[in-house]
Design a protein around this ligand. Structure first.
Ligand code: FES
Length: 159
């Protein structure tokens, strides 16, 4: 699993300049969080008191919104996000094995990121292409009718 990345001075400067665009605009908390996440890939905990100060909120209010919305991440994620389907159709067609193989290939468990921040592994309830089960999505590309060979091929250039 990836170690927590420490935040740099440049990151803090970037954070402050994004917050400056929304100064005192309490309504703008969600758009601001999206913008920060777009810029840094996640919302570092160090940003929370700065956001609160900038918008005139309590840090607990900022934290509450981040926790409530699952699309916000407080830890760095990999450049590539791999989502293996654990829905019923995929499960009955070997999805469990696919997930096991992906874990082996990446060397991480569900919800973890590789130490080089190349990959984050997640599972999803259904990708919506059950006819092609078992499936997974890497970033925005869907890979269907997976088997051990296909999985090996997809991650072969990984190291
Ligand atoms: S169950 Fe996997 S795509 Fe629907």
């Amino acid at each position: 699993m990836a170690e927590a990345k420490s935040i740099t001075k440049a990151d803090l400067k970037r954070i402050d300049s994004i917050i400056a665009d929304y100064r005192e605009q309490r309504w703008a908390l969600i758009p601001l969080l999206h913008k920060l996440q777009e810029a840094l890939g996640y919302i570092p905990p160090e940003a929370i008191p700065r956001i609160a100060r900038g918008l005139g909120l309590f840090p607990s209010q900022v934290q509450g919104v981040i926790t409530f919305y699952t699309q916000f991440y407080t830890t760095p994620r990999g450049k590539n996000v791999v989502r293996v389907c654990r829905g019923t159709a995929c499960h009955v067609r070997g999805g469990k094995t696919i997930l096991k193989l992906v874990k082996q290939n990446l060397g991480v468990e569900e919800g973890e990121t590789t130490p080089d921040f190349e990959y984050t592994l997640e599972t999803v309830a259904c990708i919506g292409v059950c006819a092609l089960a078992p499936n997974m999505v890497i970033n925005t590309t869907t890979y269907g009718q997976l088997n051990p060979k296909k999985v090996a091929r997809l991650f072969s250039g990984k190291d």
